[in-house]
Ligand binder design. Structure first.
Ligand SMILES: [Zn+2]
Length: 310
């Protein structure tokens, strides 16, 4: 029902604006998230126009598709997706409805950014519904490791060069510049995080394995009993017991989850709740990929200082 209403609205929008997009010099790139958009901007510069579909403060698993999304996808030369089933609930219909042959999976205008990055938590054995919302192709929150950000930028560079060969040198030099700035920032982040190596923390959802692995923290538990399943009293009691036993004080929560249970847990263990941003745009001050880590590492080190006394 919703899909057909959605299509009708889309057709109405097309009728108003005219289906034929004007020819543009710049490549029109659509990304599913603001993180991917930020990386495409780094590499593409003024040779691309970039539109992100999901906002950085939204839960990327659950995005309400808007008619404007189809319009953007229908005109795109390149669609960049996180993949690993992160967008499985909302993207496939959008791609089909766009009727844009350039960006269908398998076409040169479709880029799955997960294909040359380091993916964690690839499940072994059989996956059942009882395991919760487990991603069968591994954890899709991989952009939260700067080494993966660099790998995404490489893939974007190569694909943009394929689609606009005349601008290949621009994409290469912009990639090199991003790589240099990212490497300098990584030294800064590593130094800030060094005193807390091995500290155990709890996170709400499994959004942070790449981030915590990269910066040396150990995630000992989750507020969600299973991925995508809201907190349950029995799991919360168990988690409080484990946190007390292991002296774990810090609970990291994504901006789109309710803070009530994390706060109750923190009160029980004498700990604290910290909201970190999983994406560019999660806070208005986070306008690019490097700023995302600057923002999170600043907040994280301040909380770790309080929690550990180091
Ligand atoms: Zn997830």
């Amino acid at each position: 029902m919703r899909t057909s209403a959605f299509r009708l609205t889309f057709l109405a929008v097309l009728a108003v604006l005219g289906a034929a997009a004007p020819a543009r010099a710049a490549l029109s790139v659509v990304t599913t998230t603001e993180d991917l958009a930020a990386i495409v901007r780094e590499v593409g510069g003024d040779k691309v126009t970039v539109t992100a579909l999901a906002k950085g403060y939204q839960d990327p698993h659950f995005v309400e598709p808007k008619p404007s999304f189809i319009l953007a996808v229908s005109r795109a030369n390149l669609l960049v997706v996180v993949g690993r089933e992160l967008e499985v609930g909302w993207l496939p219909t959008l791609i089909t409805s766009s009727r844009n042959a350039r960006i269908q999976p398998g076409a040169p205008g479709y880029l799955d950014a997960s294909l040359n990055v380091r993916i964690l938590e690839i499940p072994t054995g059989q996956i059942t519904r009882a395991m919760g919302d487990v991603h069968p192709q591994g954890n899709p929150h991989y952009w939260l490791d700067p080494a993966n950000g660099r790998r995404i930028a490489e893939a974007v560079r190569d694909r943009l060069a394929q689609l606009a060969p005349a601008d290949r040198a621009t994409f290469e030099s912009r990639y090199q510049d991003f790589d240099r700035r990212l490497a300098a920032a990584e030294k800064r982040w590593d130094a800030a995080m060094a005193p807390y190596k091995g500290t155990k923390i709890v996170t709400y959802h499994r959004s942070w394995p790449n981030f915590m692995d990269r910066f040396g923290l150990a995630v000992m538990g989750y507020v969600e009993p299973k991925p995508g399943i809201p907190p349950s009293p029995s799991h919360t009691v168990e988690l409080i017991g484990d946190m007390k036993a292991q002296g774990v004080k810090l609970i990291v929560v994504e901006p789109y989850f309710d803070k009530k249970t994390p706060q109750a847990i923190a009160a029980q263990v004498g700990g604290l709740v910290l909201e970190l941003m999983p994406s560019v745009g999660g806070d208005r001050s986070i306008t690019d990929y490097i700023e995302l880590f600057d923002y999170d590492i600043d907040l994280l080190t301040a909380s770790l200082r309080k929690a550990t006394g180091r």
